[in-house]
Design a protein around this ligand. Structure first.
Ligand code: BES
Ligand code: ZN
Ligand code: ZN
Length: 503
């Protein structure tokens, strides 16, 4: 949906009032609210079509238990609730008005509230309608008006950032929702160029099939071998406006379709595996946003290996042993544990950029949503400060994330017998998201590397965070803001995280 934000009032527009419990007694709609039995509870909605008024409750319950804060302090959900209450009607002009004074006393938190509310509203309107021609023809345009105290909060910068972030979230969601016919290792590099190449301070390197062979990236090569689309690794660099003081490497899993390979997935599990590139789509959205907003002193590297995990006579097999870019060998126990093989090469490649820290996002294991539910990202890593800083950012941005411990006792389960590592855990270890995380950790510690071609004079263990987004990136049943399908979850937090560190 196209939209414009106007910093002025429009009394003809639908009025959206955000109401706190404490406002119920003290405003000019008191009588009406009493008749409606409106309590002001969080996400409570009452719409009066004749008088064009929508009331949305915003009273937060006191936080009583761990993790509940994600769902209580989230203005995006309020925005989404407002959209849902109005979505049956033809939306054209909407005015947002807070009866409440309690959305935070600080200017900054009030601004964040307003911005997130609008983002939630727009994100709730997202629909993957590429294959619904009729709807595409009926392209909607929406005007948002802001009433007095709000228009003072909505600076040009805030509106601009909001639009950029919303467009990036839509973009990430769109390419996750799009089909494997359209999104594959051949089209992804083209899409990256089309979207980013013309932006300032961006450069794009493609490591093609032959170069993957020369570099010895058998993790990517084996997984992508049976597809008519040759695997490729794309490395995008965003330079800051000023001097480089910090370097961040973002790595995203880019399996454009995961059939499981020879360990083929049963039908009901294979459906939705077009979303197995959501990690790369997430990082795509992050770097797109940062390129449009600009950074002062942080250089951002985004690295994704794109491959399609399918079969023909050339497919890689259980029992194969491959040598990764790091030089560590991996025995294949299950061709459906392919993500960690391509990530092994992408992560080792990321260390070669000498970043201050590495963050990866991957739809890595079915075990993760099994353990944490579809709402939560599983956050792991090897650096306490990085993990807790990231966690704090996810909490304050209302993107559900749970820190998952990676106990060292489990490491032996990914160690190989006739190879350095194996791609599934031996024995009956059911927490597959943890052992997958432990597997990946071997590729951010250069002390374990043994590829002589890398010429590592001072091998280093890199700070690294891993996000298992198998549940949170895409969901058939629910979504952070309501719609089915791709969520775009994590893009916003990662953008804010990198912006915050950029000084
Ligand atoms: N892409 C899947 C993980 C996945 C499952 C993502 C459900 C989104 C929703 C991954 O490649 C996979 O198949 N993992 C296996 C690993 C196993 C064979 C060790 C899994 O989780 O079952
Ligand atoms: Zn798989
Ligand atoms: Zn996969």
């Amino acid at each position: 949906m196209e939209y414009n934000i106007h910093n002025k009032e429009n009394s003809e527009a639908i009025q959206v009032y955000l109401v706190n419990k404490s406002d119920l007694d003290n405003n000019h709609h008191k009588k009406l609210l009493e008749e409606l039995k409106f309590q002001g509870n969080f996400k409570e909605a009452a719409f009066l079509p004749e008088s064009k008024m929508l009331f949305i409750g915003l009273t937060l319950k006191p936080v009583t238990a761990n993790f509940d804060d994600y769902f209580q302090v989230n203005p995006m959900q309020l925005g989404a609730a407002a959209y849902k209450a109005l979505s049956k009607y033809i939306l054209k002009d909407i005015q947002i008005d807070f009866l409440s004074e309690e959305i935070g006393s600080k200017q900054e938190s009030r601004q964040t509230f307003l911005s997130d509310f609008m983002l939630g509203f727009f994100q709730a309107s997202y629909k993957f309608d590429k294959y619904l021609k009729a709807e595409e023809e009926a392209k909607k345009e929406l005007n948002i008006y802001l009433s007095k105290p709000l228009s003072e909060l909505a600076t040009a910068n805030l509106i601009q950032e909001n639009k950029i972030l919303n467009a990036s979230l839509n973009f990430t969601r769109w390419i996750v929702d799009d089909t494997p016919e359209n999104i594959n290792p051949e089209t992804m590099p083209k899409l990256i160029r089309a979207e980013l190449e013309h932006k300032p301070n961006i450069s794009i390197k493609e490591i093609n099939y032959q170069q993957l062979q020369e570099l010895g990236m058998e993790g990517v090569l084996f997984v992508g071998r049976a597809s008519p689309y040759k695997p490729v690794l794309v490395h995008t660099i965003l330079k800051p406006k000023g001097e480089v003081k910090k370097r961040v490497a973002l790595v995203g899993k880019g399996i454009t379709f995961d059939s499981g390979g020879l360990n083929i997935k049963p039908g009901e599990h294979m459906k939705t595996m077009k979303t197995d590139m959501a990690g790369s789509a997430t990082m795509f959205g992050v770097i797109k946003t940062l390129a449009e907003l600009g950074l002062q002193n942080t250089e951002v590297h985004w690295i994704s290996a794109f491959a399609e995990n399918v079969i023909d006579g050339s497919a890689y097999k259980p029992d194969d042993i491959l040598t990764t870019y790091s030089g560590q060998t991996v025995e294949v126990f299950n061709t459906d544990a392919e993500g960690r093989l391509t990530l092994a090469d992408a992560l080792a490649y990321a260390t070669m950029q000498n970043p201050d820290y590495i963050i990866d996002a991957a739809t890595l294991t079915g075990a993760c949503p099994f353990a944490l539910s579809e709402y939560f990202t599983g956050l792991m890593g090897n650096d306490k400060t990085l993990i807790s800083d990231l966690e704090a950012t996810f909490v304050s941005n209302g993107e559900p994330t749970i820190v998952v411990p990676m106990p060292e006792v489990l490491r032996e389960y990914v160690k190989g017998d006739i190879s350095d590592l194996m791609n599934t855990s031996k024995g009956q270890i059911r927490s597959g998201h943890v052992t997958a995380g432990l597997f990946l950790s071997h590729f951010v510690d250069q002390n374990l590397f043994r590829n002589p071609k890398l010429n590592l004079r001072e091998p280093k263990a890199y700070k690294w965070a891993h996000m298992d987004i198998a549940g949170s990136a895409h969901n058939e049943g629910r979504n952070n803001v309501g719609a089915k399908g791709a969520t775009g979850q994590s893009v916003k937090s990662l953008v804010k995280f990198i912006q915050k560190q950029d000084n």
